[in-house]
Design a protein around this ligand. Structure first.
Ligand SMILES: [Zn+2]
Length: 280
């Protein structure tokens, strides 16, 4: 355990606010940013992932955030997460924020709305690949493995034609908030066939477990903005994959939310797999 207001990575290092730290086993630098700085400074930093709160906090039911989408938009034009009270899945594509509720409906997001968990970056892909399908979820994962450095954070965008995609979203929560594992038992799953749209996502190294969802995390929105959600499975016919590698992570943690050490325990890995996992 670390003291309040500290982030420890892998239990090896702990830092105070504003100090830079590199995890011994990770190529990603993590910095904690306080709310005032996060709100004040728009980020022009490239190669940096900006994040509000942590997956660990979300797992424990911290569904009330302190960052507005107006503030979030200053930290990038690309990202994913959720909205206040865990009211569905969120993604940001070309600077447009969209919410997908548990009934599958898609909504624009007002600038004043808040979020308890979001990951953002300025998307500047350095590489792009043409995908010739059919590609399964496993094929796509292999593709990601071969083109990316496992130690870094990757931002992915695939503009795709999909044979089908399995999606899910979560229902809005009311206090007292249950842990995420209880919520995802009531998640809604659906399947969309023959859809065209954008898949937005990140791949985080396992060294950042606790702060982030380790592995690949993808959200989808159709071109006509009628279908979307958190991707649990897919069959891709064709697509254009763009990739950006990022080596720095800034984490804004709401007042009163304790950030535990990046936690690589098997129990946490299992808890995250259960709530964020694919093929569930
Ligand atoms: Zn998600």
């Amino acid at each position: 355990m670390t003291a309040h207001g500290e982030i420890a990575l892998h239990g090896l290092l702990s830092v105070d606010d504003h100090e830079l730290v590199a995890a011994a086993s990770s190529a990603v630098t993590v910095r904690r940013v306080n709310k005032d700085d996060f709100s004040a400074e728009g980020s022009d930093l490239r190669g940096v992932v900006e994040q509000s709160s942590s997956i660990d906090a979300l797992l424990r039911g911290a569904y009330e955030g302190d960052v507005s989408f107006a503030e979030l938009s200053r930290h990038g034009d690309f990202g994913l997460g959720t909205v206040q009270h865990l009211d569905g899945e969120m993604l940001c594509v070309d600077g447009e924020f969209l919410q997908i509720r548990s009934d599958g409906s898609v909504h624009g997001i007002a600038p004043e709305m808040l979020t308890p968990f979001a990951v953002m970056c300025h998307f500047e892909p350095k590489a792009s690949y043409t995908l010739d399908g059919p590609l399964t979820w496993e094929d796509l994962q292999q593709q990601f493995e071969t083109i990316s450095d496992r130690r870094l954070v990757q931002a992915f965008r695939i503009d795709a034609v999909l044979e089908w995609v399995c999606l899910r979203s979560v229902p809005r929560q009311y206090p007292p908030y249950p842990p995420l594992s209880a919520v995802t038992k009531n998640q809604t799953n659906w399947k969309a066939e023959q859809v065209v749209g954008s898949i937005i996502g990140f791949r985080f190294p396992t060294t950042l477990q606790g702060l982030e969802v380790p592995g690949i995390h993808l959200h989808f929105i159709s071109e006509d903005r009628t279908v979307g959600g958190h991707v649990t499975d897919l069959l891709l016919r064709s697509g254009e994959l763009q990739v950006q590698q990022l080596s720095e992570l800034h984490v804004e943690v709401p007042e009163g939310v304790h950030v535990a050490a990046a936690d690589d325990s098997d129990e946490t890995a299992e808890a995250i797999r259960r709530v964020e996992g694919h093929h569930n």
